[in-house]
Structure formats: structure tokens, C-alpha cells
Design a protein around this ligand. Structure first.
Ligand code: NAD
Length: 261
């Protein structure tokens, strides 16, 4: 049985992944801002450093896998673009960089990063913000959202998810990851009914946008079904899976860009 680190473990899809891993007999080190083995605020560099170190201490320097599910949705708020940037992007890349050697130590580790179908369906996300994030420059990314005013959190969300997906794909084929047996992949959910989406649905403007968004299958996704895909991507089925992005979104991505492949 393996040892896995899961961020965003206290709620939604992260919590559903934790439950499935525990049910399968694995040991899980949970990371969240509350109600977790490792309580850490991933919106600060210090919190991320602390989380990385405490997980390494708890796993004895060996991880069979990791799931990076901690994230914030594009709800309104003045400080929201900064928080989204810090948690959704740096909360993934800083932890994975900190855990790389522990993942390499098992020789066959699997990692699933939470992306989003906003990476392919959201228009106008500024490329210069994505480039800034990949350069590690949060302040430059934040400047790129200013012209969007009220839409800044949405742009920050889209950019954080595109950038974290590009980061994952770039690293997935680098020898220090792939030759060490680490399989980096991402899941890209559409609208899944979790506390994150419920919060958006409780805000009239956001609810309108979400309800008018095409979902050919109808309704919203279920956190448990998404967790089933993640757990599959942590198992031997992913031995030959490198840098893949699995879209599970009820058909929204196919609706927008069926031939764009
Ligand atoms: P959720 O709100 O249910 O869970 C997110 C978790 O992240 C929470 O437990 C929260 O405490 C944690 N978190 C937030 N800020 C944190 C911080 N500063 N430090 C530590 N932990 C923090 O959300 P969810 O819907 O399960 O989302 C999981 C992932 O899936 C997120 O990355 C989200 O962006 C992504 N996603 C969600 C949807 C959706 O429709 N729900 C769609 C696409 C992508």
C-alpha cells in the first residue's frame, strides 16, 4: 500500500480522493488550511514551505504519489486575484518542487494536478499573465489582470489553471521527473458540484454565467466520479501516461471546440 499527499483534502474533490485512497488501504497525508494532518495556508510562501517540509517529515522522504487539489474559484473580491494566483499556481508548483526527491525515491510515483476545463473554454485569458507565472513572477501576472476590473478574478483563475497545466506538461518530460519514474498528469474538471461551485451559484452574477454555460450531458459533475478518475491516474494504468490532461466536463470542451484537436 502506498503513501500519498493530498492538498485541498478537507472539501470537495480532494476530500473524495482522500476517502477512496483510505478505503483502498493507502496512507494519506492531508494538507489544507484547516482540518488536515498538515494545516497550512498555501497562499503564502511560508505556508507552502511549511507544508512541503511537514509532509516530507511525515512520509519519511518517500511518496508514492500526490494530488494537488487545493484551489480557489473565481469569486469576486479585491484580493481574490492574488489569492487565486498563490494557491492555484504556486500552491502546486512549490509543493511539487519540494516533494520531487521524495516522489523519485519510490521510483514509480504518480502525480495528479487539478487543472480545469476553463483552460480550453475561457476566452481572453492574458498570455502575458501565463508567461509571468511560468517565470515565477506573481506581481507581473497580477498587473496583467488590472485592465479587466471586475473580471480580474476570472482572468486570474483562467491564467492560474493554464499556467499550472503548462508547468506540469513541461516538467512531465524533463529527465529529473520522467526518468525518476514520476508520472505527472492533470485532471481538468468542468462544473462539479462542490462547495467551490456552490459558493459561485450563491452569487447571482456568477450563477447566471454558470447556468448559461453549455454542458451537453446536463447538470453538474459529482465529486466522487471525478475522484474515481484521479485514483485511476494514481495507479499502474498511468505507467505510460505522461503530461496528459484528462478532461471530465460533461462535454463542454467538445461543444466549444470539437474539431480543435
Ligand atoms: P473545494 O472548495 O470544495 O475544495 C478546495 C479546497 O482547497 C478546500 O478544502 C480549501 O480549504 C482548500 N484551500 C483553499 N485555499 C487554501 C489555502 N490558502 N491553503 C490551503 N488550502 C486551501 O473545491 P473543489 O471544487 O473540490 O476544487 C478542487 C480543485 O478543482 C480546485 O483546484 C479547483 O480549482 C478545481 N476545479 C473545480 C471545479 C468545480 O466546478 N468545482 C472545476 C474545475 C476545476
Amino acid at each position: 500500500m502506498g503513501v500519498y499527499a493530498v492538498t485541498g483534502s478537507a472539501s470537495g474533490m480532494g476530500a473524495a480522493v482522500v476517502q477512496r485512497l483510505i478505503d483502498a488501504g493507502h496512507r494519506v497525508i492531508t494538507v489544507d488550511i484547516a482540518q488536515a494532518d498538515v494545516v497550512a495556508d498555501l497562499s503564502t510562501a511560508g505556508g507552502r514551505r511549511d507544508a512541503a517540509e511537514k509532509v516530507l517529515a511525515a512520509c519519511g522522504g518517500r511518496l508514492d504519489g500526490a494530488v494537488l487539489a487545493a484551489g480557489l474559484g473565481p469569486s469576486p473580491g479585491r484580493d481574490r486575484p492574488r489569492l487565486i494566483t498563490q494557491v492555484n499556481y504556486f500552491g502546486v508548483v512549490d509543493l511539487l518542487e519540494g516533494w520531487r526527491e521524495a516522489l523519485a525515491a519510490t521510483g514509480n510515483a504518480k502525480v495528479v494536478v487539478f487543472s480545469s476545463n476553463s483552460t480550453t473554454t475561457m476566452p481572453m485569458v492574458p498570455n502575458r499573465a501565463i508567461a509571468a507565472l511560468l517565470d515565477g513572477d506573481a506581481e507581473r501576472a497580477l498587473r496583467a489582470y488590472r485592465p479587466f476590473a471586475k473580471m480580474a478574478p476570472t482572468m486570474a483563475y483562467g491564467a492560474s489553471k493554464v499556467a499550472v497545466t503548462h508547468w506540469m506538461r513541461r516538467r512531465s518530460v524533463e529527465p529529473e521527473w520522467v526518468r525518476a519514474g514520476i508520472r505527472l498528469n492533470a485532471i481538468a474538471p468542468g462544473a462539479v458540484l462542490t462547495p467551490l461551485l456552490e459558493k459561485q451559484l450563491a452569487t447571482p452574477g456568477e450563477a447566471r454565467a454558470i447556468k448559461s454555460f453549455p454542458v451537453p450531458a446536463g447538470g453538474y459533475g459529482d465529486a466522487g466520479l471525478l475522484a474515481d478518475w484521479v485514483v485511476h491516474m494514481l495507479g499502474p494504468a498511468a505507467d505510460f501516461m505522461v503530461g496528459s490532461v484528462v478532461i471530465v466536463d460533461g462535454g463542454s470542451d467538445a461543444w466549444f471546440r470539437a474539431d480543435d484537436w
